[in-house]
Design a protein around this ligand. Sequence first.
Ligand code: NAP
Length: 275
Amino acid sequence: MDVYGLIGNPVGHSLSPPMHEAAYDALGLDARYVTFEPDEDAAVDAVAGADALGVAGLNVTVPFKRDVAAAVETDDLASAVGAVNTLDFSGETVTGHNTDVEGAVRALREQADAKLEGSTAVVVGAGGAGRAVAFGLADAGASVRVANRTVERAESLAADVSRAVDGATVGARGLDDLVGALADADVLVNATSVGMEEDETPVPAAALHGGLVVLDAVYAPLETRLLRDATAAGARTVDGAWMLLYQGAAAFERWTDEPAPVDAMNDALRNGLSQ
Ligand code: NAP
């Protein structure tokens, strides 16, 4: 039996176990997916221990994505983002990858048919999710505007993207002129945590329009105020569970070399989110 898992703290409410185990069931794989909650200073030791024990693959979540990235061999995109969420133990050394990047891009392409190459995208947020989304969109050929409450963090992310992605066009700003930033934009991604705790949105409804595809990385609740406002403005919307699904699917595909059974994974994820 192959053992996969997730390390983070806390991980008690993670939907990754049902999502991945639905994939194993759908394909008849002899595998389990379990959660591990090491102490805050023990993540790197936990990864070495998992390697020694023959764990087949690990996802990594908050607060360990950066510390673990510094301790494993990262691919180019994960090193540019500075964070990993997927570890592969199949080679000589443990390798680290960031499938949040692919999760966001695939969600936009597959759920809203978004054409990213040559598009203009506004990414609101410059934390872990914002970094992954900004790199993913720039890598897909979008011109990216990063908007963040703390402007310096947006500027630092924009500089990192410019350095790492050949030919990237990326700018930075605060949250005060989202109407101007979005007027000619094709894509909007909310990568802040706003909308999770309260029925709030980081983007004024007046900034939204029918030419936008809007992805909200927030997945609990699924129908955020931003997505309701976007629907009312005539935009195409993609909820955060799609990003979560495709980051999981990308990890599954890396680990097993099989196409992910995304329908089964999606059913399990949405079932978990509705509980
Ligand atoms: P993080 O690293 O803590 O970053 C939080 C971001 O939210 C920062 O840009 C922060 O701005 C901004 N923010 C927080 N409170 C705000 C407020 N009141 N007004 C304006 N901006 C505010 O968190 P993260 O890991 O990036 O996660 C962000 C969200 O994405 C969470 O809801 C998480 O669940 C979601 N997420 C979803 C997926 C998925 O697969 N769907 C994957 C990863 C994360 P400052 O820099 O100014 O503090």
